[in-house]
Design a protein around this ligand. Sequence first.
Ligand code: GSH
Length: 207
Amino acid sequence: MLKIYHAPRTRGFRVVWLCEELGTPYQIVPVDMSPKYRASAEWRKLNPVGKVPVMSDGDLTMFESGAMVQYVLDKYGAGRLQPQPGTNDHGLFLQWVWFAEATFSRPLGEIVNHNREFADNPLAHILDEMKARCRLCVKALDAALAGKSWILGENFSAADIMLGLSLRGYLRLVDKEFPGNVAPYWVRLTERPAYQRAIAAETESAG
Ligand SMILES: N[C@@H](CCC(=O)N[C@@H](CS)C(=O)NCC(=O)O)C(=O)O
């Protein structure tokens, strides 16, 4: 069975949610998020830079949440939740998957790291700059979602899962609500039964 080494509200939620959407069996293995544990030799063996998540499937062990999502789609998706590879739609799917992590989640993660590492003296102008980058991502999403239910149109895909986790972080770290088309998109995402099951599984795993 897939094992997802995960801590609440972090990127492993993408894989948990995807497994819930696909009906793929998985188990959440809770991770101690303390910097001390993440720097330990035990954890660095699984993730060499001390981050979460990690996923294992038999004798395969992986880090990088987007790569895990793609692996699960390709191995267990049977064509669901991603367009046919090699098509224009798949190109746009990859664009939004990568945007969610490489462009949007990056400044969100840096806000968390800055607040932790410089808790005694957080630099407001640095935090403001990172928040501005996050708001620009939400503005891009607002424009891209015009007239659509999901980021690729009428079909929900794993790109929405990737983006959904970033939007979840945005609400916690940047602004308490979304503008324009992003607000109803967020409602649609969080009303999905698989999203709600993933939240329940995450909460239960945290004890
Ligand atoms: N690109 C990586 C980023 C992993 C990442 O930054 N994870 C965060 C939690 S969501 C973390 O472990 N942060 C702790 C740190 O960077 O010190 C992925 O998608 O898995």
